[in-house]
Write a protein that binds this ligand. Sequence first.
Ligand SMILES: C[S@@+](CC[C@H](N)C(=O)[O-])C[C@H]1O[C@@H](n2cnc3c(N)ncnc32)[C@H](O)[C@@H]1O
Length: 768
Amino acid sequence: MGRNNKRRGGGRGGGPRRNKPNEYRSDFLEKSDMDNERFAAYYKAQNIVSNEEWEPLLDALRRPLPTTFRVAGSRQTAQTLNRLIQDTYVPMLSDASFEGEPIPPPVQIPWYPDGLAWQFNVPKKVLRKSPEFKKFHNFLVFETDVGNISRQEAVSMIPPLFLDVLPHHKVMDMCAAPGSKTAQLLEALHANDTATETSIPSGLLLANDSDQKRTHMLIHQSARLPSPALMVTNLDASNYPVIRVPASLRQGEVAPARLKKKKMEQLLFDRILCDVPCSGDGTMRKNLGIWKSWQPMDGNGLHSLQVRILQRGMKMLKEDGRIVYSTCSLNPVENEAVVAEALKLCPGFEIVDVSDRFPNLVRRPGLTAWRPTGDKTVSNTFASFAEYQASLPEGQAAASKMTEGHWPPPDAESLNLPRCMRIYPHLQDTGGFFVAVLEKTKKPEKQPVTAPSTKGKREMEESVDDEVPESKKPRLTDDSTASVELAAPQGASSETTTTVPDASAPGPESAQGAVKAAEAEDENIVADLDKTPEPSKVSSSDFKENPYTFLPSDHTILTNCMSRLSLLPTFPSSNVLVRNPEGDAVRSLYLTNAAVKAVIEHNDYARIRLTSAGTKILSKQEAGKGLDAQFRILGEGLQVVLPYVDPETVMAADVGVLRVLLKAYHPTCAAFEEPFQTKVAERGPGSHIIRIPAGVHRDVTYVHLPSFVKCRSALTLCLCSMDRFRFLSQPPQTITRRAPSHLEIQRIRDADDRQKGQKRHEPAFIRC
Ligand SMILES: C[S@@+](CC[C@H](N)C(=O)[O-])C[C@H]1O[C@@H](n2cnc3c(N)ncnc32)[C@H](O)[C@@H]1O
């Protein structure tokens, strides 16, 4: 097919207003490259839209996605930044054009709360390359780097909104990587943050993904919002183990340490996001490969895993809790069929009517009838499982991987499937998406479980990893055998492929067997929750994480840090952990909240494949000759620690000090003007915080001025402070911004070093 710089043809009338630059595809596909007979035959048979809407739907699917982003960060920062977009960039771009055609400026996404999400109808490539949009693009890149802006597809912003997460909620994100929705959930948990200080929510966010590499992407992505309430695990969500916590955690209490024997219970969640792996045909606008590769067996093959993940989520939900199931697929087999099947298997849940929420979000009701096919060429589709089975040649029915669960249940109407939401690309110029909001209404009646002997119970719990049948073990993508490579499913970047099970993966019947066994296992574990936790032992050879060890709050290191860093007695020193097998405070100290601590203390970290917990706040700094090594507050930890720093010890400074900080890596005291010179010289070597009030200064044109700048020592000032400034020639603006993550700082430092051809060495504390 011709890909030689040809513009592809447009669709025919009825669709939203066509926008010239929006027609400009990065890879110049022909319209004929964006056709797939199987896709058309299948979706026409599903009646996902009316006949008149079919062409507008296809037409929208063929257009590139607009650039969309969300203003993130604390409320204060978000509103300041939003005003900047409104007052500076929208007017600046109101006369922009591309190839002679006027381009409308960015507009607020009408359904996103507080107007904090934006859409710009210019494909990324144009935005990046065209000089007319360069300033705006630079702005987006800078703000994204420091976590103030999240470039996220509009539809991907929807599921977390329906979860209504509050800071005290225990939240689980079952299939979280690469983490754009996790970031949203984390922001909701941190709703009480200010522009310069991170709150410590009493809830927690447990983000999980079965793909190890993607789990690390998730950790990287969430480093933009350093949170003591975040933990990341790397497990198969369909078989997620029971997590035990003290019963006191439910009430948000921290059990008094003197109470030796704590009543234990299973950690249940207030909110769960099930953004499951899917065939991703709603992402065709950006994952163009799907046009060629699409076939219905992808969705058929994923159905069973999707049911098992949703069902496991439902089992881990509190009464009155809420679970959101979402995919970026248009396929009812991956959507309504999954929800219907899970509702059947997990009584006590209902689909919530959310039609009054986000009224500006244009959506269509879930389907109550659909016609699966068992044939990848879509030669035929069937209204019922019985009809499908009857169509199979004699003797082949048993071998078919299709199950009754792929088809609409007889009680589709009474299940309220129309309360599910279908988002179609032609409605509001987005990707395709599916969302269902489920709530747990009542506790399902417990099936009696034959109680094993005490010994049996204990053995089961102690060797939970060993005793799980092979089919129920966490299916990690690395070792999945029953799988096929599917190009770019939902959430995957265009370069990534995710392994998804094919139709030969366990069907609902075997899924049911696994689920029943998991339930029995839950019962056993829950019944024996009061048992003393086992010491951590790594049980999986590919799990290489170091253990998590909390320091006693009277540990010398901690008491030293408290006094040297002027931390107030309110600092939660009992929630500080280290990450090495010896439990020594060798280099870095991490802070968690009480909820995360409770999970770590009462569960084997290797069993739950805990990959990250809390946030790094302090790091050991080697000192110069004759000086002791000290812990310093890390740039990325400053916002978390700041509320616990004695405000009297924060030094006030002005733009002159800032200028010195920006010019030299290691300025000496003499480099500063008075009165700061004397003030800084009076301080002993160590980690100090200085505050520079935001303001516009003509002689130093800087765009982003933080309120707080950290100095590593009175004499050697921390490089982190430099990393937080960005110089732009114009326009001068003043914004209080969050600090970049350590990864971003490292990247900036590395780039800086490369430029200078120098090898970085950490400066030591130096005397004047
Ligand atoms: C649609 S993506 C999630 C996107 C993510 N929620 C976001 O907003 O960035 C689906 C994810 O599920 C993960 N996954 C696949 N099978 C899984 C399983 N059995 N358990 C947990 N995660 C799984 C994939 O690795 C992939 O990262």
